[in-house]
Design a protein around this ligand. Structure first.
Ligand code: TXA
Ligand code: MG
Length: 529
C-alpha cells in the first residue's frame, strides 16, 4: 500500500483536511497529529476499519481503543450515561489530554472495546486533529500510531518509520506538545479511578471531582495473572530496542553507577546540565524540576537512542509527581520495571592526623559503610592484581620482590623522588582504586544506606564526583603533629615533612560541604546527618 503524506499546519488547509476525512469515511487508516502523541485513526463505528488498526499496529486484540470526538456533545451517542463528574471533567479539561471511560452504548462496536461494557472517549485539543474529526463526521478510534510495543510517536517521522506502507495516510502536523499519551480515568467505578497518568495530573482531577483512586498498575508491575483495569497496562510498552534501566538516587550516585558499569553501547538519559559531567555518552531529557519538558522529550529520545545503536540506556529517575507521574509510568514500562536503587555516597577527607578515623568509626555506628582507601590502595597492588604489571613496566623489575610481590619501599623510592614519578604512580593506582571502590559500592549497594569513601586525596580522584557530600575533618597543627608522631612512631621532622607534602587546611575547607573539628574531646557530627 502506498501511504499518502499530508502536511497540515493549519486548519484552513481545507482541501487536505477533506482528503484525509474522505479516507477515514471510506474505512481507511490515517495517522493524525494530536497534542499528546500521534494517533492511528479509523472510523470508530466501522468494525472492519477498527480491525485494521489492530492489524497495522500488531496490537493484541483485547486492548481497547480510545474514541476521539471534536465537540463535547458528540459523546452522548457513545455512552449510556454522562454523569455530573464526567461532565465537570470534560468542561474543565476538554479539549485536552484527558480520556474518560464510561458505560458504552450499543452504537460502539465491540471491536473498539473487546470484552468490555465501557468505552474510552477523548476530545483532543490539537486543532488539526479536531478539524479532521469534524470533517470526517464520525468519531475516530485512535490508539497511538506506533508499532505495538515501541515508544509512541511524537513526530510524523516516527509514524513514517513504523507505519509507512501499512496505512493509507499520515498527516504531518508538527511535534506533539505534551509528548506522552492522555490521562485515562474511569468513571465506571464507584470511586473515579486513574488508569493511566498523563498531561492532566491527579491533583488537577481531584480539584474538579474530589477523591480519585490511583490504579495499582500505574506504578507497579501487575502480579502474574492479575486482571488489568486498563488492558493496555499489562503489555510491554514504550520500549526501545535498547535495555532501559532507571537509576534511583542523586546525580553523583548515578554518575558512579553508569561510569563504573560502563560498556560499549551505553547511554545515559539525564537531566539538563548533567550531560557534560558524565564520561558516558549522555543526552538530557529535560530539566530536573520540569516534568512537562521531560514528557515532551521522552519518547522521541528513546527512538533517537535506538537509531544511534544504544544497547543499554541508564535513566535518571524522574520525580513521580504531577506530570512526572506520567513520565515515570512510561519509563518503568520502557525499563520492564528494572529500577536500580543507589545509596548515597559521601566523601571523608582531611589532612594526616586530623582524626578521620575517629569520625569514620562514628559513621560505622550509624550503619553506614566506610571504605578506607588506604586499604584499597594496598589491595590493588597485591600480587595478581592488574596494576602490578603496569607498575613493573613503568618503574622496572626491581620494585618487585623475588616472589613477585610489591616491594613498597623500592617503589616509594622511585616514584616519590620526582613529581613525574608521583604522577605516573597515581595514573596507575588511582583508576585501580576507583574501580575497586565502585565495585564494592555497587556490589553492596542494597546493604547500606550510605557509603563513605575515606581518602586523604579524595579531591584528586574521580571518586570525588561520586560524592554528594564531602566531609572534611580538621584539627590544629600541633594536635595533628602529636597524633602522627605517636601513631606512626616517627620523628617530629618526619611528621612535618609529611604534613607539608599535603594541601593546606584552607584547601580542604574549600572542598568541604561539612567541616568537623576534631581537636580531641567531643566531636559534633550533627551537620552530617
Ligand atoms: O493520548 C492518547 O490517549 C493517544 C492519542 C492518539 O489520543 N491514544 C492512546 O491510545 O494512547 P492507546 O490505544 O495507545 O492507549 C489507550 C489506553 C490503553 O491502555 C487501553 O487499554 C485503555 O486506554 N483503554 C481504552 N479503552 C478502555 C476501556 N474501555 N477500559 C479501560 N481501559 C481502556
Ligand atoms: Mg499506545
Amino acid at each position: 500500500m502506498k501511504t499518502q503524506i499530508f502536511k497540515i499546519n493549519h486548519i484552513n488547509q481545507n482541501e487536505e483536511i477533506q482528503a484525509v476525512a474522505k479516507i477515514l469515511r471510506d474505512g481507511g487508516l490515517a495517522a493524525i497529529p494530536t497534542e499528546t502523541v500521534y494517533g492511528l485513526a479509523a472510523n470508530a463505528l466501522n468494525p472492519d476499519a477498527v480491525n485494521s488498526i489492530f492489524k497495522a499496529k500488531g496490537r493484541p486484540n483485547d486492548n481497547p481503543l480510545i474514541v476521539h470526538i471534536s465537540e463535547i456533545d458528540e459523546i452522548y451517542p457513545l455512552v449510556t450515561s454522562f454523569p455530573d463528574k464526567a461532565k465537570a471533567l470534560a468542561d474543565a479539561f476538554w479539549p485536552g489530554p484527558l480520556t474518560i471511560i464510561l458505560p458504552k452504548s450499543d452504537i460502539v462496536p465491540k471491536e473498539v472495546c473487546p470484552r468490555l461494557e465501557t468505552v474510552a472517549v477523548r476530545m483532543p485539543s490539537h486543532p488539526v486533529a479536531r478539524a479532521i474529526i469534524k470533517a470526517s463526521g464520525v468519531p475516530l478510534a485512535a490508539p497511538s500510531a506506533n508499532s505495538s510495543g515501541l515508544p509512541s510517536p511524537t513526530k510524523a517521522q516516527h509514524v513514517i518509520d513504523d507505519m509507512n506502507g501499512k496505512i493509507h495516510a499520515i498527516v504531518d502536523g508538527g511535534e506533539s506538545s505534551v509528548g506522552v499519551e492522555s490521562t485515562v480515568i474511569t468513571l465506571a467505578t464507584d470511586v473515579p479511578r486513574l488508569l493511566r497518568p498523563g498531561g492532566i495530573t491527579p491533583e488537577q482531577l481531584e480539584s474538579v471531582i474530589g477523591e480519585i483512586e490511583i490504579d495499582p498498575a500505574v506504578l507497579d508491575e501487575l502480579p502474574e495473572g492479575a486482571v488489568a483495569a486498563s488492558p493496555g497496562m499489562k503489555y510491554k510498552h514504550y520500549s526501545p530496542k535498547a535495555q532501559v534501566y532507571i537509576i534511583k538516587g542523586d546525580f553523583p550516585s548515578f554518575k558512579c553507577y553508569v561510569e563504573a558499569s560502563k560498556q560499549e553501547g551505553d547511554y545515559a538519559l539525564c537531566f539538563s546540565g548533567e550531560e557534560e559531567k558524565l564520561t558516558v555518552s549522555a543526552i538530557s531529557y529535560g530539566k530536573e524540576n520540569c516534568p512537562e519538558e521531560q514528557a515532551h522529550n521522552l519518547f522521541s529520545l528513546l527512538r533517537e537512542l535506538d537509531s544511534r545503536g544504544a544497547k543499554r540506556i541508564f535513566v535518571r529517575r524522574p520525580d513521580p509527581h504531577g506530570v512526572g507521574l506520567a513520565v515515570y509510568n512510561r519509563l518503568i514500562r520502557a525499563a520492564a520495571f528494572r529500577v536500580i536503587e543507589m545509596p548515597k555516597i559521601y566523601g571523608l577527607t582531611g589532612q594526616t592526623g586530623a582524626g578521620k578515623t575517629t569520625v569514620a568509626n562514628e559513621l560505622v555506628k550509624k550503619g553506614w559503610q566506610v571504605i578506607d582507601c588506604d586499604l584499597v590502595a594496598r589491595k590493588v597492588v597485591e600480587k595478581g592484581s592488574p596494576a602490578l604489571p603496569k607498575l613493573k613496566e613503568v618503574f622496572g623489575e626491581d620494585i618487585l620482590f623475588p616472589d613477585g610481590s610489591l616491594n613498597r619501599k623500592a617503589l616509594a623510592k622511585k616514584a616519590f623522588s620526582t613529581e613525574e614519578g608521583r604522577q605516573k604512580l597515581n595514573s596507575i593506582t588511582h583508576p585501580a582504586i576507583t574501580k575497586e571502590v565502585t565495585r564494592q559500592i555497587i556490589g553492596e549497594k542494597d546493604k547500606f544506606p550510605v557509603f563513605v569513601i575515606d581518602a586523604a586525596l579524595l579531591s584528586k580522584s574521580e571518586m570525588y564526583h561520586y560524592c554528594s557530600k564531602v566531609i572534611v575533618v580538621v584539627a590544629k597543627e600541633d594536635v595533628r603533629l602529636k597524633r602522627i608522631i605517636e601513631r606512626d612512631s616517627i620523628t617530629p621532622e618526619q611528621a612535618i615533612t609529611r604534613i607539608n607534602a599535603q594541601p593546606d587546611e584552607q584547601y580542604y575547607r574549600s572542598i568541604a560541604d561539612v567541616v568537623i573539628e576534631n581537636n580531641g574531646g567531643g566531636i559534633d557530627l550533627s551537620d552530617i546527618f
